[in-house]
Design a protein around this ligand. Structure first.
Ligand code: SF4
Ligand code: SF4
Length: 111
């Protein structure tokens, strides 16, 4: 086959039916407002900790939804639970409680 210097990219489709959503379900059970998140990133833009660390609450919620629980564990440690993101969220997500419940879920499932 002729080499054109590029290839077809691997499929990056996300199959939500195959995701491990137990942690997401655990959080959504006690903090229902997480279901209204539209991943706009306002929380991450206002987060003080994100200026000094890799913390991004938007990414954490995305990981949570995709069942990538291992990936969010380290990142969430940088959160100071200050609640600033809570004030900025345009969808009224109780982000501070979301983070608290993620931490509880990690302990609960011993992730
Ligand atoms: S600001 Fe609110 S809606 Fe936007 S990504 Fe953060 S939690 Fe989701
Ligand atoms: S509660 Fe955590 S994620 Fe939200 S602004 Fe404060 S440090 Fe950032």
């Amino acid at each position: 086959m002729k080499n054109f210097g590029y290839t077809i990219q691997n499929d990056r489709q996300i199959d939500y039916d195959k995701n491990d959503t137990k942690l997401y379900d655990f959080v959504a059970e006690s903090e229902k407002s997480i279901r209204t998140c539209i991943f706009c990133g306002t929380c991450s833009a206002t987060c003080t900790a994100s200026k000094f660390t890799d913390l991004s609450l938007r990414r954490i919620i995305l990981y949570l939804k995709r069942g990538l629980n291992e990936s969010l564990k380290k990142e969430i440690e940088s959160c100071m639970l200050c609640g600033k993101c809570n004030l900025a969220c345009p969808r009224g997500v109780n982000t501070r409680n979301v983070i608290l419940n993620i931490k509880r879920g990690i302990e609960h499932y011993e992730l």
